[in-house]
Design a protein around this ligand. Structure first.
Ligand code: NAP
Ligand code: MG
Length: 493
C-alpha cells in the first residue's frame, strides 16, 4: 500500500486561482466560411429540392456558424444517379494510375489548405485546434496519399485474384472526426474504382463541404464524389436507395443495427464502424508516469468523443491508490476552454444534446454508488463544456462500466491477476480497442491474443497510421478501414 507521502506527486498548478497561461488563440480569419452551403451533386453546387436548410453552431460559443442544405429523397436520387453515371462513363474505365493521380491531387490540396481545414473543424465541432491541426487534418491527408498509392497496385493487394469495383458507395460519417472519417471512406472507395455519395453528420458538415470544394478544385470527373448534407432522415433515405451497391457507416451501435436490419434482405454490401467501451489496463510493472499520460490521452483527448476512447481503466490493485492519485494530479493541470486556444487540452462538447447525455451518466454514476471526482478547472460561461471526470469504486456490472458515454468520463476498476482482467475487459458488448501497460513483452503478446478488441495498443494509446487497419469485434461493428484491409470492402472478385 502506498504511504502518505505518495499522496501528491506533482506540484499543483492552481490554474485560474494562482497563475495561468496567457491566451494563444488561433485566428479564425484563415477560414472563409459561407453563410449557406448547397449540395455537391454531379460536380456542381445545387440547391436542395425542398429548399430546406439547417443551422450549424459553434459549440464553444453557441453562435450560428453557417447553414447547410437538407437533402431530400429527390436530391439523394439525383446524387445516386450521378454517381452511377460517373461510374459507368468515367471512373471504371479510367486507367488505374490516372485514378491514383486524382487521389494524390486531393491529398496535395488538403495539405495546402490544412490550416483553413483545421480552423473549420475546430469552429464547427469544438475540438481543440491543437488536435485538428496536429492529428485530424494531417491524418486525413495521409489517408489520401496512402490510398493514391494503391490505386494501380490492386493486383498486389489481392494476388492471383481480379478485384472489381462494386459501383456506387453510400457513406455516412459521425461528428467526432468529420474530415478524417470522410478520408477513411472516400480514399479507399476511389482507389478501388467506386464512386461515392457521402453524408456527413448534421452538426459538423463544414470540413466535408470544404473537402467537396477541394474535390471540385482537383477536377475529378463530375459525379465521382457527391456530398449531401442533412440529418438522420437524409442518412436513412440514402441507405434505402435501391441504386447503391455498398454502405460504409460510422456512428452509433443503435443506428448501425437499424441499417443492418434494413439491408438484410438486399444485396447491398455493408461495413459498420460503431461504438466502443475500451479497457485500458495498467499492470503494476508499467511505466507509471507514461501510463498516466496514456490514460489522459485515451479518455480526455478530443473530450472523450472517440469511439476507441479508453473509457474503462483497469488498474492492478497493488498500485491503484498511487496511480489514481497521480492521475488526479495530472487532471488538475488540464485546461478546459476555448478550442481555438493552442493551450487548450479539452475543448467544447459537440452539442447541448451530447453534454446532457454525459451529465446524465455522471448523475447515474453517483446514483449507482461510485465515487465521483472532477478537476476544479473553471468552465467558460458560454458554450458546452465538461470537466475531466473520473469514478472509482465502479462495479463491473454498472452501466457506467458497460455503456458508451462518449465524453471525458473515466470509470476506474481494479484487478489482481491477468486472467481476471482479461475476463473483465472482454465482458462488454463492445470490442473496438484496448490498451495494455506492462514491462513484460510476453504479457503484451498474451493479452493482445486474448483481448477481444480490434486494436490493442501496448504501452501507448490512440496511435493511428493509414497503413494499419482499424475496426471492431462484436457490437463495435465489422469490416476494416485503413491499410490493405481497407480496400477489401470495396471490391468483389
Ligand atoms: P449516429 O447518431 O449514429 O450518427 C452517425 C451518422 O449517421 C450521422 O451522419 C447521422 O446523421 C446518421 N444517421 C442518423 N440516423 C440515421 C439512420 N437512421 N440511418 C442512416 N444514417 C443515420 O452517431 P454519432 O452520434 O454521430 O457518432 C457517435 C458514434 O459514432 C459513437 O457511438 C462512436 O463510438 C461512433 N464512432 C465509431 C467509430 C469507429 O470507427 N468505430 C468512429 C467514430 C465514431 P445526423 O448526425 O445528422 O443525425
Ligand atoms: Mg457545428
Amino acid at each position: 500500500m502506498p504511504t502518505k507521502k505518495n499522496k501528491s506527486t506533482l506540484p499543483r498548478l492552481r490554474l485560474g486561482a494562482g497563475w495561468s497561461y496567457a491566451p494563444a488563440p488561433e485566428s479564425a480569419a484563415s477560414a472563409r466560411i459561407n453563410e449557406q452551403y448547397e449540395l455537391f451533386i454531379n460536380g456542381k453546387w445545387q440547391k436542395p429540392a425542398k429548399r430546406a436548410y439547417i443551422d450549424s453552431i459553434n459549440p464553444a460559443t453557441e453562435k450560428k456558424l453557417y447553414r447547410a442544405a437538407v437533402a431530400s429523397e429527390q436530391d439523394i436520387d439525383k446524387a445516386v444517379v450521378s454517381a452511377r453515371t460517373a461510374f459507368d462513363k468515367y471512373w471504371k474505365k479510367m486507367p488505374a494510375n490516372e485514378r491514383g493521380k486524382y487521389i494524390f491531387r486531393i491529398a496535395r490540396l488538403l495539405q495546402e489548405q490544412a490550416r483553413e481545414l483545421s480552423v473549420m473543424e475546430t469552429l464547427d465541432g469544438g475540438k481543440p485546434i491543437r488536435e485538428s491541426r496536429d492529428f485530424d487534418v494531417p491524418m486525413a491527408c495521409n489517408h489520401f496519399f496512402y490510398y493514391a498509392g494503391w490505386a494501380d497496385k490492386l493486383e498486389f493487394a489481392f494476388p492471383n485474384r481480379a478485384p472489381r469495383p462494386l459501383g456506387v458507395a453510400a457513406q455516412i460519417t459521425p461528428w467526432n472526426f468529420p474530415l478524417l472519417m470522410a478520408a477513411w471512406k472516400i480514399a479507399p472507395a476511389l482507389a478501388t474504382g467506386n464512386t461515392v455519395v457521402l453524408k456527413p453528420a448534421e452538426t459538423t458538415s463544414l470540413s466535408t463541404l470544404k473537402l467537396a470544394s477541394i474535390i471540385e478544385e482537383a477536377d475529378l470527373p463530375p459525379g465521382v464524389v457527391n456530398i449531401i448534407t442533412g440529418a438522420g432522415d437524409t442518412g436513412a433515405a440514402l441507405v434505402r436507395h435501391a441504386g447503391i451497391n455498398k454502405i460504409a457507416f460510422t456512428g452509433s451501435t443503435a443506428v448501425g443495427k437499424l441499417i443492418q436490419q434494413q439491408t438484410a434482405a438486399t444485396t447491398k454490401k455493408l461495413t459498420l464502424e460503431l461504438g466502443g467501451k475500451a479497457a485500458n489496463i495498467i499492470f503494476s510493472d508499467a511505466p507509471i508516469d507514461q501510463a498516466v499520460e496514456g490514460v489522459v490521452n485515451g479518455i480526455f483527448f478530443n473530450q472523450g468523443h472517440v469511439c476507441c476512447a479508453g473509457s474503462r481503466l483497469y488498474v492492478q490493485e497493488s498500485i491503484a491508490p498511487l496511480f489514481i492519485q497521480k492521475l488526479k494530479d495530472r487532471m488538475a493541470t488540464l485546461l478546459v476552454g476555448d478550442p481555438m486556444d493552442k493551450n487548450t487540452d479539452i475543448g467544447a462538447i459537440n452539442s447541448a444534446e451530447q453534454l446532457e447525455k454525459i451529465n446524465y451518466y455522471i448523475r447515474l454514476g453517483k446514483k449507482e454508488g461510485s465515487l465521483h471526482y472532477e478537476s476544479a478547472v473553471a468552465l467558460p460561461k458560454k458554450g458546452y463544456f465538461c470537466r475531466p471526470t473520473l469514478f472509482t469504486k465502479v462495479a463491473q456490472s454498472s452501466r457506467l462500466a458497460q455503456e458508451e458515454i462518449f465524453g471525458p468520463v473515466l470509470a476506474i476498476l481494479t484487478f489482481r491477476t491477468e486472467d481476471e482482467v482479461i475476463e473483465k475487459a472482454n465482458n462488454s458488448p463492445y470490442g473496438l480497442s484496448a490498451g495494455v501497460w506492462t514491462d513484460k513483452g510476453s504479457r503484451i503478446f498474451n493479452m493482445s491474443r486474448r483481448l477481444k478488441a480490434g486494436v490493442v495498443w501496448a504501452n501507448s494509446y490512440n496511435l493511428f497510421d493509414p497503413a494499419s487497419p482499424f475496426g471492431g469485434y462484436k457490437e463495435s461493428g465489422y469490416g476494416r478501414e485503413g491499410g490493405v484491409h481497407g480496400l477489401l470492402p470495396y471490391v468483389s472478385f
